[in-house]
Design a protein around this ligand. Sequence first.
Ligand SMILES: [Ca+2]
Length: 427
Amino acid sequence: MRDPIILFATPALACALAAGCAPSNGAPEAAPAAVGSGEAAASQPCTPLETRPPNGTGQQPAFAGQTRTCGVRSNAAFEVQVVARGLAKPWAVEPLPNGSLLVTEKGGQLRVVSAAGQIGPPIAGVPPVDSRGQGGLLDVALSPRFANDRTIFWSFTEPREGGNGTSVARGVLSADGTRLDQVRVILRTRPTYANNMHYGSRLAFGTDGMLYVTMGERSDRTTRPQSQQRDSHLGKTLRIRPDGTAPPDNPLVGQAGALPEIWSLGHRNIQAAAMDPRGGFWIVEHGTRGGDELNRVEKGRNYGWPIAAYGIEYRGGTISSALGEAQTQRSGTEQPVYYWDPVIAPSGAQFYTGSAFPAWRGSLFVGGLASKRLVRLVIENNRVTGEEHLLVDRDKRIRDVRQGPDGALYLVTDEENAELLRIAPRR
Ligand SMILES: [Ca+2]
């Protein structure tokens, strides 16, 4: 929205004042919004960062502030340090308790990088991956009890008979960090399919001890409708126990023909996921041209793809599938908390909770690939009230962003000869 700051007390009121707005089906109302973040005071003009015309000509947001919110500037003095160079297409960075970092490389290598920047050899025991196209060794997450069990979880594109698919494995990292033991694939999503696009997949543990897995819909027009199907893992978020089984309180457990791991439906390609400090599960998904979305995911809800979406097809024209033409709003589907048109191409996300940057506490950081920047979103009462773009001058595709135990942010760039970056208070 280009208007000066307007925050509505409730989504229903915002809806009443926004053209063509329909409240999302059954969505709980947010608590009354607090006006002003301290960074974008109500007395200052609200200027969105995005000035290019949207691709979705004539499309209207469902509520004020759903896109092009106020640009804000950090009151944070930071510096960017290059911890290491020479990583090969890293996909994920995961800080370890001792200050070193696990890094996945798309080609199939998992490595430890020391805090001083020494890149270790490939860790032994990682099963083979199909690294063609967008596939490969993807995300990695620590067990919530890593200090005791040294267990890690990772997602990867598994080569299979007839194609490939996103799978999740777990293993125990040896004390010296050189190998994985007790390696086991705990989830093989289905169907297997033969292309090399839209695998998801981020991993995030919830405060409930469950592992949340984000998926893509494999991109093709034939698989696109599967985002809406309960017998397919494509285009979903999934929730599993650490042993890979579905917990009994998942929304589709016991329903005929439904996969019990499904937590939410209607997603396109989710390469960013983060838990907020109160345990809320947020994802950022790649849309088509003009449809990148931030969603706060709730149990059993439908997030719309491909029947509800913003933007247009990459080749031009209205988004469509065997399920018909998409609308920006549709009964029975959830609206994104926020969307970008044009897109940022999101990958990797982290809610900041550290003490190194008090001004950033509660902000959501999102990596930008095509946009070559780090996006910071100010979030209040589950709405985005400010947006800042950082590291623009570095001109690097950002693949992942994570917070370290030192309160610094760690990023990996998306390149054949990539960097591991550390954002720390300026010295
Ligand atoms: Ca959506």
